[in-house]
Design a protein around this ligand. Structure first.
Ligand SMILES: Cc1cc2nc3c(=O)[nH]c(=O)nc-3n(C[C@H](O)[C@H](O)[C@H](O)COP(=O)(O)O)c2cc1C
Length: 134
């Protein structure tokens, strides 16, 4: 099974999850600047909420996918909002790409809020989550 991990981060929180998920899958996490070079069965895609929306680069990445993606598996961090799932599902839906209804989300530090998050326990959960698809 071909697996890829892509993520976007501004302050490093989502990268922590991406690296943990990639390590669990035995691969390397890459940013959304790097296009998918071939078909994948599972694309773990990490993003965050900035002013209530996902970054434009995440949208551009999804819109630019030109290989077959069996399924996107969403993971995200945010300070307040629940997750990026509905936004990712909407963008991917326009491309006809399925998004798994299972996702991983945890709080991400933002100024004085949620210091240290994602923490070791969050990473452990993220790894457990990734294993569901491997
Ligand atoms: C510019 C900016 C805007 C943000 N706006 C929101 C927001 O509207 N809602 C929210 O829940 N979190 C918001 N956050 C918090 C981030 O979603 C949270 O810190 C997240 O973990 C950042 O992920 P990253 O470190 O991978 O970039 C914002 C953070 C930044 C830097």
């Amino acid at each position: 099974m071909k697996i890829s991990v892509r993520y976007y981060t501004k302050t490093g929180n989502t990268k922590k999850l991406a690296d943990e998920i990639a390590m669990t899958a035995g691969i390397e996490a890459k940013t959304v600047d790097e296009r998918l070079s071939g078909d994948v069965d599972i694309l773990f895609l990490g993003s965050s909420v900035y002013a209530a929306g996902v970054d434009e680069q995440v949208k551009k990445f999804i819109e630019g996918i030109d290989v077959h993606v069996g399924k996107i598996v969403n993971f995200s961090t945010a300070a307040i909002l629940k997750s990026t799932y509905s936004q990712i599902k909407k963008i991917a839906g326009k491309k006809g790409i399925e998004v798994s209804d299972r996702e991983y989300h945890c709080k991400g530090s933002f100024g004085p809020l949620h210091r240290g998050k994602p923490n070791a326990a969050d990473l452990k959960e993220a790894s457990k989550f990734a294993k569901l698809f491997l």
